[in-house]
Each structure stands twice: as C-alpha cells, then as structure tokens.
Design a protein around this ligand. Structure first.
Ligand code: NAD
Length: 505
C-alpha cells in the first residue's frame, strides 16, 4: 500500500468522513516520503466566526453539566483513544514523521491526561478562608471560563490538544482547535473520536469541540475574538511574540508554550553509561524536533574526552530512515525541506563560531527526493555564542566543556529560553543546587534523566522566552477556570474590613 492509501485507510477507520481529506486546496505532505497523502480545506473567515459562535452556545449548556458528569465525557474519550491508539499513533507517524513508538506514546499521553482529568473533575477545589469579621466566612469557587482556543505545533500534533482539551472540558469549557497547518489529519481524526463520544453521551451540547484548519490567519482570528477568554498557543517564540501582545490587548488569558534551548550538565560523578543513553534519546529522538530536545551539553573537563568519544560512536551508529519501512529506525525525517535548509545554515554559522562538527549531513533517500533525513550533528563549541543561543528545530547538539560547577550553571542559564534542563550527577550537593532557587532557571529541572519526555502528572511549561505557561498536571487546571471569592455574613451586624467605621446614623 502507498502511504496515501495507508493514510486514507487509517482516517476511514478512525471515522473521518472521506470528503474532509479528499480536496480543498491545502496539500498534506508526509515527511516520511515527501508524498502528498491528502488534501484538506482551510476554514474560511466566516466558518471561524461560526465555530466560535457555536462554541459560545455550547458553553451555556456545558457549564451547567456537573463537573463529575463532564469527567464522564472525558472518561469516554479516554476509552475511544485506547481503542484508536494503534491507528491514531500510526497516523501521527505518517503526518509528523516521528517513529511509531513515539506516535503511540503521544496517544498514550492523551489517554493519561484523560485519566488525570477524570479524577480532577471531582477535585476542582476552592478554599474556605477565615474572615477577620465576626460571623463572616470567606470562600472561593472555581467556575467555567468560556470557550478555549487551542493553537498547536506540528511536532506534537495530538498530545498538546489533549493536555488542554481534557482539562478545559472537565472545567466546563468548549474548545476550538487550530492545529498546525502541517498536521491537520491527526486533528480531524481526534475530532471524529470526540464526535463518537458525544453520540454516546447523554447531555453533550453540539459543537463542544471543533477544529478550524488553516495557517497563521486562522490562528489570529481565534486570538482576536473577544468571545474566547483563553488561548493556549504552542509553537515558536516568534509566534508567541505576536500572539502574546494581541491577547494582552484585549485582556484575554494566554497560555504560551514556546521554544526551548534545553541543556544538560554532565558532572564528574555522573553515571556515564546512563547519561549516554539519556542524552542520545533527548538529543536525537524525534529528530531533534521536540520543544524539550536536548540542544546544549555541558560536560566537565575531567570526563569530556571519554564521554564525547562514546557519544560520537553512538551518533555514528544511530539508525536513520523511514520508521514505517524499518522498525529498527530511531531517527525519522525532518518535517520538511525548509527545516533541512535551516539546519544546514545553522551548522554553517556554527562553523564560523569555531564549531568542530561531526554528522549533520543529509541521508539521501533516492526513491524519495522530497523527504529530508539527516544524520544528527554533534557540534563541539569553544564558547556559547552565535547559533547556540537560538533554538534550531533539528538534531544539533552543541557540546561545551566546563571546569567549575558555578560556571556551568551560569552557561546553563545564559540563554533567553527557559523550558527544560537536567543534570547528571551523583553528588547530592550539585544535584540539590541545580534544582534549587540558585540552580536551573527552567520550568523543568530533571536529575539523571534527559530534559525531554515529560509525564502528564506535573505542570509542563517554561520560563523566559518559553512563555511562562503551564499545562497538563498539578494545578494547571486553574488557568481554565475563573476564581470567585465570596464573603458571607451570617450575623446581624455589619462590621467592615480593616476596622473601617462608616456610620450612616
Ligand atoms: P510555529 O510557531 O511555526 O507554529 C505553531 C502554531 O502557531 C501553528 O498552528 C501556526 O499556524 C500557528 N501560528 C503561527 N503564527 C501565528 C500567529 N501570528 N497567530 C496565531 N497563530 C499562529 O511552530 P511549529 O514549527 O509548528 O513548531 C515548532 C515550535 O514549537 C518550536 O519552537 C518548539 O519548541 C515549539 N513547541 C513548544 C512546545 C512547548 O510546550 N513549549 C511544544 C511543542 C512545540
């Protein structure tokens, strides 16, 4: 079967109506072969307005459904996802190019966040607070917020929607999804699964979730619509720089999940065998196209030569290619030609800054000239300058040597991004310092694992130019609700706060 046939078979099995992917002007290219596997239609401006209007109507009904019932809806979604995991995981692989185990892992992440959200639907707790006034009580409640706009990046075409949608739905909010224009098929498949859930569930309003396909302009329509009180936008820092101020202008809430420039420190006491596996997965996994991919490696001088020699050996042997054709592949393709040229330009720039580079070249696929496979690059840098300061969305790992731990910390924090980080050390003083307030300045600081591959139980997101948003676990749900503080007087007098006297006689 051709990839196009495989994609249609999967979309059909997942319940997507054939006319949604068989025309419309926007070609969907699989990075695995460069083949156009489907065509979809962009949402016209009027259709986006309509989707927001329908979501608004759905909100009026959905917020009245008790939260644990809303949790039941999400539980059913988890069930659908369990059944659909093999098909949806493979579709993600075809559309985004990640290896199959990662495609399946992404769907597992959706299932995990659904499970989390079901429990959460009975735990949307507010506080009861002691009042300073006699016979008064204070309390807070968390109420549904309104339709949530979700804008997602190509590299996690389904999981990021689920992080947001599972929470938003139990919190009482409909969602409108603008997926990456590079991965619309997975979004159509997820929407079909939700519609299947809605048909089984008694009391779900129509248009509880919707998908609007298109590029930046479609995203901008969601960003500017006053009926959407929260937009969760995942993508590059360049995108966040435009979206953030637009949302602020209308006082809307933003969850911005933007680019990273993630580093690991390898200390003298590190378990080097463990570090080698962790670092390889973090740097070359998903072909370096995770927001949490490892991009900077700081290695202590005493272990530098040994460790980098081992890393080079692993890099030279890592299997690259089409993961559907060869199950042993660990590194799939870059998303497209533009990503390849960006990678090559970055490597040329790194050379100007003194980089010694191994790898980085194209791995030709003669039968698929429009597919872009590369050997991951190791760039040994004399200093943290030039392209090391930027996120290039490709498998380039900059390696730098350090001799003093505080110097390593300074280099670690000396970039504008602040998503994820990790330390490899068995020295508890270094470890504790790294995760302390004077250590890593990132939203994620790991110990003896790489910076990528987060679980849904923790709050996910980063600081500085990564945008400051938090999604998924812990108390990230609070961003999807509005808090009401109430003071209740059960007495007959009216004492005022702070002892203020106001006697009207
Ligand atoms: P991108 O910024 O090109 O696009 C992301 C999404 O934003 C797409 O849906 C796009 O259409 C939309 N968009 C772009 N400009 C917009 C605008 N002005 N208004 C509204 N919407 C707009 O990113 P990409 O190439 O798809 O993904 C890679 C980037 O995403 C990397 O920088 C990566 O680090 C980041 N990312 C971050 C996280 C995270 O959680 N921090 C997760 C995944 C990816």
């Amino acid at each position: 079967m051709t990839l196009t046939e495989q994609a249609s078979t999967l979309l059909h099995a997942l319940g997507v109506p054939g006319d949604r992917y068989a025309g419309g002007g926007r070609a969907v290219q699989s990075p695995l072969t460069g083949e156009i596997v489907a065509e979809v239609a962009d949402a016209e401006p009027a259709a986006v307005l309509e989707a927001v209007a329908r979501a608004h109507e759905a909100f009026a009904a959905w917020r009245a459904v008790p939260a644990p019932r809303r949790g039941e809806f999400v539980r059913l979604l988890g069930e659908e996802l369990r059944a659909a995991k093999p098909a949806l995981g493979k579709l993600v692989t075809i559309e985004a190019g990640k290896i199959l185990t990662e495609g399946l892992g992404e769907v597992q992440e959706m299932i995990d966040i659904c499970d989390f959200a079901v429990g959460l639907s009975r735990q949307l707790y507010g506080l009861t607070i002691a009042s300073e006034r006699t016979n008064h009580r204070m309390m807070e409640q968390w109420h549904p917020l309104g339709p949530v706009g979700i804008i997602t990046a190509f590299n996690f075409p389904v999981a990021v929607w689920a992080w947001n949608a599972a929470l938003a739905l139990v919190c009482g909010n409909p969602v409108i999804w603008k997926p990456s224009e590079k991965t619309p098929l997975s979004a159509l498949a997820v929407q079909a699964l939700v519609e299947r859930v809605a048909a089984r569930f008694d009391g779900a309003p129509a248009h509880l979730t919707s998908v609007v396909i298109g590029g930046r302009e479609v995203g901008e329509r969601l960003v500017d619509d006053p009926r959407i009180p929260l937009v969760s936008a995942t993508g590059s820092t360049a995108m966040g720089r435009l979206v953030g101020p637009r949302l602020a202008r209308r006082f809307a809430r933003a969850i911005l999940e933007l680019g990273g420039n993630n580093a690991s420190i390898v200390c003298p006491s590190a378990d080097l065998a463990l570090a080698l596996r962790a670092i390889t997965f973090a740097a070359v996994g998903t072909a370096g196209q995770r927001c949490t991919s490892l991009r900077r490696l700081l290695v202590h001088a005493s272990v530098y030569d040994t460790f980098i020699a081992q890393l080079k050996r692993v890099y030279a042997g890592v299997r690259i290619g089409n993961p559907i054709a060869d199950a042993a592949v660990l590194v799939g393709p870059l998303i497209d030609e533009a990503a390849f040229h960006k990678m090559q330009a970055t490597l040329a720039e790194a050379r100007k800054h003194g980089a010694q580079i191994s790898g980085g070249e194209r791995v030709e696929s003669p039968e698929h000239p429009s597919a872009y496979y590369v050997r991951p690059a190791l760039a040994e840098m004399p200093a943290q300058t030039g392209p090391v300061m930027e996120e290039t969305f490709a498998p380039i790992l900059y390696v730098m040597k350090y001799s003093d731990f505080d110097e390593a910390l300074e280099l670690h924090n000396g970039v504008r991004q602040g998503l994820s980080s990790s330390i490899f050390s068995t020295d508890m003083r270094e470890v504790e310092k790294f995760i302390s307030f004077i250590g890593s300045d990132c939203g994620i600081a790991n110990v003896n694992i790489g910076p990528s591959g987060a679980e849904i139980g923790g709050a996910f997101g980063g600081e500085k130019e990564t945008g400051g948003g938090r999604e998924a676990g812990s108390d990230a749900w609070k961003a999807y609700m509005r808090r009401v503080t109430s003071t209740i007087n059960f007495g007959h007098d009216l004492p005022l706060a702070q002892g203020v006297k106001f006697d009207i006689g």
